[in-house]
Design a protein around this ligand. Structure first.
Ligand SMILES: [Fe+2]
Length: 328
């Protein structure tokens, strides 16, 4: 999503819209704030404030008076914006408030989706994945004292047809099923991280294929299927991720009966976390708005998936998910 350009002497800069959240806290990091104007039908970005205590007071006063003002920063400042403002604000708030799991999920969700959206849309953003590191940790920890009921989990996930929402939804579903299966906090964290990152290889699929509105050809399908290998490779290059995370990216489209891709692995040869990811990937797709097919309710989706038990899905894991989803 390109929002517009601001021309300075010789550089051309991309801008991203930001939220006001960070203005509530100390504004320590240096980045300039812009607002958008339209001159002769052309969008331009004008510098509104820069890192300066006097500008901060000015911003504060304006926001108190005019809550609807929309601000932008340069794409190149986004990492700092997340690291020193959004994430700091989120993580400090969680430590101070110690909210229940549902609220932890609610606070983390918009931050995780926005970071992933920017990662997927901005070409030079590979370091953005580091920004997600703490989020699976706090989510996994929030389930120490009990599981999150499925209807609460389902209610907080967006059903829009975007890759970033899909990634975060899959991560949260994986995490909650892992809690049901009695996995420890560290394993829950890893499966949540792996679920959120399993589809990041889609960033490297040509956009005209990835977002094609008309029917996909066999060649298009082959191209899209490469996202598993691309994702695993990109994550591996970061040298920070566990085997579980890498295998979830590489194996989440394998089928239990060996008819999936890319390696046609079957049964227990497919990593357990990847088998869980497969279930959540299909479940989220069926219950979200898509360019094809209707949006199914959880019951409709699980009924349909049950028909594929033992073929696409591990029967024990799908049964456990159905039991979790059906419990009041
Ligand atoms: Fe995928």
């Amino acid at each position: 999503m390109k929002l517009g350009k601001f021309m300075t002497d010789s550089e051309e800069t991309e801008f991203r819209r930001i939220t006001h959240t960070f203005f509530e806290k100390e504004w320590r990091e240096s980045f300039d704030i812009f607002y958008q104007v339209t001159v002769n039908g052309e969008k331009k970005f004008i510098k509104f404030a820069e890192f300066d205590p006097r500008d901060y007071s000015r911003l504060d006063a304006i926001l108190k008076e005019k809550q609807t003002e929309i601000f932008y920063i340069k794409e190149t400042d986004l990492y700092k914006y997340y690291q020193f403002n959004i994430l700091k604000h989120l993580l400090l708030g969680l430590v101070q408030d110690k909210p229940p799991a549902r609220e932890v999920f609610q606070r983390v969700y918009p931050v995780a989706t926005r970071i992933l959206q920017d990662y997927l849309e901005i070409p030079a953003s590979d370091d953005f994945l580091v920004l997600l590191d703490e989020l699976p940790k706090v989510l996994a920890k929030s389930l120490d004292s009990g599981s999150l009921p499925f209807h609460e989990l389902f209610a907080l996930t967006l059903k829009e047809n975007t890759i970033h929402a899909h990634c975060v939804n899959v991560g949260l579903y994986c995490l909650c099923l892992a809690r049901e299966l009695g996995m420890n906090r560290k394993d829950r964290e890893e499966i949540c991280r792996g679920g959120m990152l399993a589809d990041i290889g889609k960033k490297y699929i040509p956009k005209d294929v990835m977002f094609k509105e008309s029917e996909l050809t066999d060649e298009d399908m082959q191209t899209i299927r490469l996202h598993t290998a691309f994702g695993k490779k990109k994550l591996n290059e970061q040298r920070r991720y566990s085997k579980t995370v890498l295998r979830m990216a590489g194996e989440h489209h394998e089928n239990f009966d060996g008819t999936g891709y890319p390696l046609k692995l079957s049964g227990n040869d497919i990593n357990t976390a990847a088998r869980i990811c497969k279930i959540m990937d299909i479940f989220n797709a069926l219950t979200s708005h898509r360019s094809y097919g209707e949006v199914l309710t959880p019951i409709q989706a699980l009924t349909l998936m049950k028909e594929k038990i033992g073929e696409q899905f591990d029967s024990q894991l799908l049964t456990a998910f159905i039991q979790y989803a059906g419990r009041q």
